[in-house]
Design a protein around this ligand. Structure first.
Ligand code: 3PG
Ligand code: MG
Length: 395
């Protein structure tokens, strides 16, 4: 994969595909992690005298300009973090984009409006996507792929534009891939993966692939209840994916056959309902009352997971252990994060909600070896899939 060092960018217009898909509360950015992660590549380019045209998506507007999903607030935050003006184009490939890009001088930065306001960006029709990619590529002379969180999407800005322009991978993509390689090749053992989140159906591919690689697989969060049920326990009103039970039984059998230690919660916080202030009791995971729902792993499970992580040399963690958005049910997720901070291991937080939780708790980000900017992308990488955005940069 070519890197920034392989491109001569001075005085040239460089289109940078970043992942600036940050959570917004109205116009307020509630977690700017992805914007901060995009800064070093942009700075490297401006420092080398490039005219930098950043493009990115926000949310899922489905091909139409959508109020509330403009990248304008992101342009403002990016400018603060860069300590430089960021010219904002109010369209993606229209008059505003052309005007803003034409006005750029060496070392200056522009941000285009939300790529997904254009139907061509995500189109499954190669011709429609290709036509939009041509327009986007027309704004620049060089392309830098740095939106790691979107590399699993076969979208125009990720997959097609690098085929049209001389290209390289930005520093963020290089760093992310370097870490993920350590989770898939010559991994230092014991290798322990902690998975959580609501739905087991989102993690089928990664579980299937990891069972052949890991020493231990710890499962918490909403998906754990489908595993408990598959073992024959009742889970009350907890999240349950009945249609995944066969699949999950298969995983339990495979883990046993392979000698993978698949660890499930032994106790949970069983609440009377899904609410911040819902009354709850700590109950054995095998004895969840019929009228209760598990909203977090319990104290014994937190200790058990810590013990299973104690001698790990490599840890990958994706997905919260409970409803961490509610303070009362955030303890399990916090405990896993704190255990990882103490661990003497390569510790990788796999983006998405786990990364958001780390920042919500105010835990030191440098307490982890790496916090990925891509939840879905890192999972698909670990699943062994070919990621369109990485494949396009390899060519
Ligand atoms: C993400 O937030 O997962 C990435 O930015 C990709 O966004 P998407 O899941 O909407 O494609
Ligand atoms: Mg996603």
């Amino acid at each position: 994969m070519r890197t920034l060092d392989d491109l001569d960018v001075k005085g040239r217009r460089v289109l940078v595909r970043a992942d600036l898909n940050v959570p917004l509360d109205g116009e307020t950015i509630t977690d700017d992690g992805r914007i901060r992660a995009s800064v070093p590549t942009i700075k490297a380019l401006t420092g080398a005298g490039a005219k930098v045209v950043v493009c990115a998506h926000l949310g899922r507007p489905k091909g139409r300009p959508t109020p509330g999903l403009s990248l304008k607030p992101v342009a403002e935050r990016l400018a603060e973090l860069l300590g430089e003006d960021v010219a904002f184009a109010t369209d993606v490939v229209g008059d505003s984009a052309h005007g803003v890009v034409d006005a750029l001088r060496e070392g200056q930065v522009a941000l285009l409006e939300n790529l997904r306001f254009e139907p061509g960006e995500e189109s499954k029709d190669d011709a429609e996507r290709g036509a939009f990619a041509e327009k986007l590529a027309g704004l620049a002379e060089l392309y830098v792929g740095d939106g790691f969180g979107a590399v699993h999407r076969k979208h125009a800005s990720v997959y097609d534009v690098p085929r049209l322009l001389p290209h390289a991978a930005g520093g963020l993509i290089v760093a992310e891939v370097e870490v993920l390689k350590k989770l898939t090749e010559d991994t230092e053992r014991p290798y322990v993966v902690v998975l959580g989140g609501a739905k087991v159906s989102d993690k089928l591919g990664v579980i299937a692939n990891l069972l052949a690689k890991v020493d231990r697989l710890l499962i918490g969060g909403g998906m754990a209840y489908t595993f408990l049920k598959a073992q024959g326990y009742e889970v009350g009103k907890s999240l349950l994916q009945e249609d995944q039970l066969d699949q999950v039984r298969g995983f339990l059998n495979e883990a046993a056959e392979r000698g993978v230690d698949l660890v499930l919660p032994v106790d949970v916080l069983a609440a009377t309902g899904f609410a911040e202030d819902a009354p709850y009791d700590v109950v054995e995971a095998t004895a969840i009352p019929a009228d209760r729902e598990g909203l977090d792993i319990g104290p014994k499970t937190r200790e058990l997971f810590a013990a299973k992580l104690a001698d790990a040399k490599t840890v990958f963690w994706n997905g919260p252990m409970g409803v961490f958005e509610f303070d009362a049910f955030s303890g399990g997720t916090r405990a896993v994060a704190e255990t990882l901070i103490r661990a003497d291991a390569l510790t990788v937080v796999g983006g998405g909600d786990s990364a958001a939780a780390v920042r919500k708790f105010g835990l030191p980000e440098d307490g982890f070896s790496h916090i990925s900017t891509g939840g879905g992308a890192s999972l698909e990488y670990l699943e062994g899939k070919t990621l369109p955005g990485l494949a396009a940069l390899e060519d």
